[in-house]
Design a protein around this ligand. Structure first.
Ligand SMILES: C[S@@+](CC[C@H](N)C(=O)[O-])C[C@H]1O[C@@H](n2cnc3c(N)ncnc32)[C@H](O)[C@@H]1O
Ligand code: SF4
Ligand code: SF4
Length: 338
């Protein structure tokens, strides 16, 4: 398999190798995160059962303006950020999203947009040239999705948007968050991914205390569900999670959390944060501080060290990035040749 990929000119493989080299540079030399996740705004058109961000106030006067975002991106690039991930709230509600993505591309950052998909169709023309990866959230391939997101028609609109994006160069993936409400909907979601010919990623819902604990899957439920997903991946379905991630989830294995070393979050008001939504460790604000100051500080290094045993999160991004950072050769090279 690996040799097959090496034997032909494969631009995707070359890109993956180049990205891995950049990540290694960050791990060994700059010792700073390589992914910037930016919550453009908490404004949202959904009121999801799994997520409480829609409840957060979105004071437009308090948000970074587009000029300040450009400045933040320049600073991020200088510090060694490779990936710029835009989410929220719902990022497609932001008028200046195309300008922001265009600027990030000009700086040669790799762009990802995570969206609920409701406005994909309307915004396709202005944004598609500037998005490397598009993550569309879909938690059920039927009306339950609309019910869980409390927005009528969102499933159909997200799928229409995905179909349109398949005409572009953007890589698309479906992200499904599993909880007690949709755990029986996996087959339908996998069928959708097959019909659309795009991969699907599954992850258990993380708890936002005081909000969604009642619908979190128990560990035995997680084990049963992810064993099924593991088997379907083995059977050749286009499931984007690595086998490593699925094993960690199934066995509830402890992992060394390297996520704060890989990711930095910026909130709508410019606050630079680690462990967003969970501990929300605030380091300062992009209007006053440069990333380098923070990532180079003793306090940041001590925090990252202290959090290695945390293990609170079970979402894909945290565990996958932790595995990548640990440079386990089987995982690292598996990730390139996956
Ligand atoms: C916070 S949303 C923001 C982007 C956009 N509004 C959306 O829904 O895709 C980013 C991703 O987090 C997922 N998510 C929301 N609540 C979650 C939770 N409690 N645990 C794990 N993932 C969650 C969403 O489904 C989505 O794929
Ligand atoms: S998951 Fe996305 S769409 Fe749903 S409330 Fe949170 S931010 Fe909004
Ligand atoms: S597991 Fe803990 S340290 Fe790691 S990202 Fe989650 S909250 Fe942060």
């Amino acid at each position: 398999m690996i040799f097959n990929q090496l034997s032909i000119y494969n631009p995707n493989l070359i890109k993956k190798i180049m990205d891995s080299v950049k990540i290694l540079r960050n791990i060994f030399f700059s010792h700073s995160p390589f992914r910037l996740v930016h919550d453009l705004s908490y404004e949202c058109n959904c009121k999801c059962r799994i997520c409480e961000r829609w409840k957060k106030s979105s004071n437009l006067n308090d948000q970074l303006n587009t000029k300040e975002i450009f400045k933040m991106l320049e600073d991020a690039k200088k510090t060694g950020i490779i990936y710029y991930v835009v989410e929220g709230g719902e990022p497609l509600l932001s008028k200046d999203l195309p300008l922001i993505l265009k600027y990030a591309k000009k700086l040669n950052l790799k762009t990802t947009v995570i969206t609920n998909g409701f406005c994909l169709k309307e915004r396709y023309q202005e944004i598609h040239p500037f998005i490397d990866s598009l993550v569309v959230s879909l938690d059920s391939n039927d009306v339950l999705h609309d019910e869980m997101r409390r927005l009528k028609g969102i499933r159909d609109r997200a799928i229409e948007g995905i179909k349109l994006f398949r005409n572009s160069k953007t890589k698309i993936v479906i992200n499904s968050v599993l909880c007690k409400l949709n755990v029986e909907k996996i087959d339908g979601l996998i069928k959708l991914s097959k019909d659309l010919e795009i991969p699907i990623i599954f992850q258990p819902m993380d708890i936002y205390k005081g909000y969604n604990e009642d619908i979190r899957l128990t560990q035995p439920e997680i084990k049963k569900t992810f064993l099924k997903i593991f088997k379907m991946k083995k059977d050749g379905y286009n499931i984007g999670n690595s086998f490593y991630y699925l094993q960690y989830i199934i066995e509830n294995k402890p992992y060394v959390c390297n996520a704060p070393k890989c990711y930095t979050y910026v909130e709508p008001n410019g606050n630079i944060v680690s462990c967003c939504d969970i501990f929300n460790k605030i380091w300062g604000n992009v209007k006053q501080k440069q990333f380098k100051e923070i990532f180079g500080s003793r306090e940041f290094k001590d925090f990252c060290k202290k959090m290695e045993n945390c293990n609170y999160c079970s979402v894909y991004a945290v565990i996958e990035s932790s595995l990548l950072y640990s440079l386990n050769p089987r995982y690292f090279f598996g990730n390139i040749f996956h």
